[in-house]
Write a protein that binds this ligand. Structure first.
Ligand code: 13P
Length: 250
């Protein structure tokens, strides 16, 4: 079964509004020949609304980088799923390793956010991945399997069809040290196997699993050649139209 590739740019904490608008205009202008790929951009919160307007009527989908699980209330500094939908988001990244490392995100908060996003109508991109010590000590699958299992606890089979997973080994993020295609494939294959156990084989076969961590135009092809790699979640190389388009057109 051929899954439709999905390439997402996670802009992290980069880009003022004018820069975000210029980048997205460059992407829209260069999209020709990418009809077979889903393209997603995830700007910081202040740029979601203006970028969403520019993306209206284009094939590029808008994503947020985080959200809160509650629908509304006294939660200073937080943003709800309804607010993200209101400014044009289709997706939300949940459980990025930077949120786990620096902002106290846990498997439990990831799970709450995943369920809230799905219930509200956002399609989550759920991130999992091990740190270097965990890989070195042979615990990669113990960690990634746990993050996947707990992150998706209580999700219905129907909702699971709307998920995208992103395997991002933390040691490969922003380091220039990409996982080899074989390293990525090994984990992606195991994630797909686990999805088959948690839901069913049809859902596992339909689920798209992105790889993230130093993806560049010159290494994306080898990763995408792997049977269980269905796209990329791109940080640094998504900040320039030329390099992100190079990845989208792998
Ligand atoms: P880099 O592509 O900069 O390594 O970042 C990957 C990432 O964290 C995407 O979410």
């Amino acid at each position: 079964m051929k899954r439709r590739p999905i390439m997402a740019g996670n802009w992290k904490m980069h880009m003022l509004v004018a820069e975000a608008e210029a980048l997205v205009k460059g992407l829209v202008a260069g999209l020709d020949g990418t009809e077979d790929v889903d393209v997603v951009v995830a700007p910081p919160f202040p740029s979601l609304h203006p970028v969403g307007r520019l993306l209206d009527g284009t094939p590029i989908a808008l994503a947020a980088q985080n959200m809160h699980w509650e629908a509304s209330g006294a939660y200073t500094g937080e943003v709800s799923a309804a607010m993200l939908l209101d400014v044009g988001c289709r997706h939300v990244i949940i459980g990025h390793s930077e949120r786990r490392q620096y902002f106290g995100e846990t498997d439990e908060t990831v799970n709450r956010k995943v369920k809230a996003a799905l219930a509200a109508g956002l399609d989550p991109i759920v991130c999992v991945g091990e740190v270097l010590e965990e890989r070195k000590s042979g615990r990669t699958w113990e960690v990634v399997g746990r993050q996947t299992r707990k992150g998706l606890e209580g999700v219905s089979a129907e909702d699971a069809k709307r998920l995208v997973l992103a395997y991002e080994p933390v040691w490969a993020i922003g380091t220039g040290e990409t996982a080899t295609p074989e390293q990525a494939q090994e984990v992606h294959g195991r994630i797909r196997g686990l999805i088959g156990e948690l839901f069913d084989d049809g859902i596992a076969q339909g689920l798209r699993i992105q790889y993230g961590g130093s993806v560049k135009p010159d290494n994306v092809r080898g990763l995408m050649d792997q049977p269980d790699v269905d796209g990329a979640l791109v940080g640094g190389a998504a900040l320039k139209a030329e390099s992100f388009l190079g990845i989208v057109k792998f």
